[in-house]
Design a protein. Structure first.
Length: 439
């Protein structure tokens, strides 16, 4: 296969970028150039080779508030970025990615950040010791022990006046119910720190009082934390017969003591949180245990009741009264059937009675309607025969003194008296003449 220059260059770029996605390189700065674009071009060299480097403007910072390698916040305020102070002959440690610059056909390092090699030497020493300890099996997960649940005797190995112990004690006072704490004071920085820390671990193992050893320190630079990267301290932590919980620095800090310890905490406060749960957890746990106990008690009672019922059934099967019981059950069945049959008959008779009652009610209602019609007719007739009705039309009738109706002149006497009744009253009269209209 024949490549074009571009094709071959792309293949080489893919191989380099894929094989070296992120690298650390140390060397001496040479050929430093700062064009108007703001990018920084230089080479890193050692005794026998050079590497072209470019630090693009977009990846630079004018000032840095924390160390880009360790994450340490500068206590004296932001520092000027190394990109602004880089000079030829300076020993630096760079990190970035390798790529191919096609126009020149050469490879180069695109720098993400860099640091003066004074700190870089510590990183190299740390990395070398880390590889040594890893080869000895100091970091194997299978050798790490689980911390006891809610330890009641804890020794804290740290500086007694530091902020780390205050943070730890604050959390412990909220969570560590009934806990006895022992503070073993040691320096946590400087040349005297490693042997003192080793001595403290040895003494605590000899006394065998503590259930957990807690090794804590506040944050700082790589130099500040260097005592916990000492091989002697790593050996003491590794050989401790008491489980070790380490919380060195901030979350971004990771010391060799952290890596060797049975459990690593992100911060001193986090170390206390890993030892003891919140008190609300105990309340919830107590409720769960109570409910679990109640369920277990109910389950046992249910099992005993079930067993008792089974024994009762077995006894009933073997009992001489079992036959009588069966007869009684048969009698009860027959009695229920008789009751059901009686209820059926009563229901049928009741239904027939209801039907007859309905028919009688219908007959009575029809007879009542006929009586009401007859009454109305008689009322009309009676009204028509009422002797007072003609009086309302202007007629009048006469009565004898003893109250009989006068129907003929034969009922009258010359000079006799009578009463004339009108619709609105009566009047007395005297018969002065009698005339027979038929003659």
């Amino acid at each position: 296969m024949i490549f074009t220059v571009r094709q071959l260059t792309e293949r080489i770029r893919g191989a380099i970028e894929g094989g070296f996605p992120y690298v650390w390189v140390q060397g001496e700065v040479t050929n430093l150039s700062r064009p108007a674009s703001g990018h920084v071009y230089f080479s890193l060299k050692d005794e026998s080779a050079q590497l072209q480097c470019v630090w693009f403007k977009g990846g630079q910072k004018e000032r840095e508030a924390f160390d880009p390698l360790t994450g340490e916040v500068f206590e004296d305020g932001p520092h000027i970025s190394l990109a602004q102070t880089l000079y030829n002959g300076q020993q630096i440690l760079c990190t970035g990615r390798l790529t191919v610059y096609a126009p020149r056909g050469g490879y180069q390092l695109v720098v993400d950040f860099a640091q003066d090699n004074g700190e870089g030497q510590l990183h190299l020493a740390l990395e070398a010791l880390r590889r040594t300890l890893e080869a000895k099996g100091y970091f194997r997960l299978e050798r790490k022990r689980i911390l006891p649940e809610h330890p009641l005797r804890v020794t804290v190995i740290t500086a007694p006046a530091g902020a780390a112990i205050q943070d730890f004690l604050r959390i412990a006072s909220d969570r560590g119910t009934g806990v006895a704490l022992r503070i073993h004071p040691v320096p946590v920085q400087g040349d005297d720190a490693p042997p003192r820390i080793v001595e403290a671990i040895s003494k605590e193992n000899a006394s065998a009082w503590a259930q957990v050893l807690v090794l804590i320190r506040g944050g700082g630079s790589l130099q500040d934390l260097w005592a916990f990267n000492d091989e002697r301290v790593a050996d003491a932590v590794f050989h401790s017969t008491i489980p070790v919980l380490a919380g060195i620095g901030h979350e971004v800090d990771t010391s060799l003591a952290d890596m060797v310890a049975d459990v690593r905490a992100a911060t001193p406060s986090h170390a206390a949180q890993l030892l003891w749960p919140e008190r609300e957890w105990y309340a919830q746990r107590l409720d769960e245990l109570e409910m679990k106990g109640i369920r277990a008690l109910h389950s046992r009672i249910d099992r005993q009741e079930k067993r008792l019922h089974e024994q009762e059934r077995a006894l009933a099967w073997l009992s001489p009264v079992r036959g009588l019981k069966r007869r009684e059950e048969q009698f009860q069945n027959l009695y229920q059937r008789l009751q059901q049959h009686g209820q059926t008959v009563v229901a049928r008779q009741s239904q027939q009675f209801d039907f007859a009652a309905q028919r009688l009610s219908d007959v009575f209602l029809r007879h009542l309607e006929r009586l009401e019609h007859r009454h109305e007719r008689l009322h009309v007739q009676l009204t028509a025969l009422n002797p007072d009705r003609p009086l309302e039309r202007g007629y009048a009738f006469a009565l004898t003194p003893d109250g009989h109706f006068i129907r003929s002149i034969t009922d009258l006497k010359q000079g006799g008296s009578l009463t004339v009744k009108l619709h609105d009253g009566e009047a007395d009269a005297c018969v002065t003449a009698i005339r027979d209209l038929k003659k």
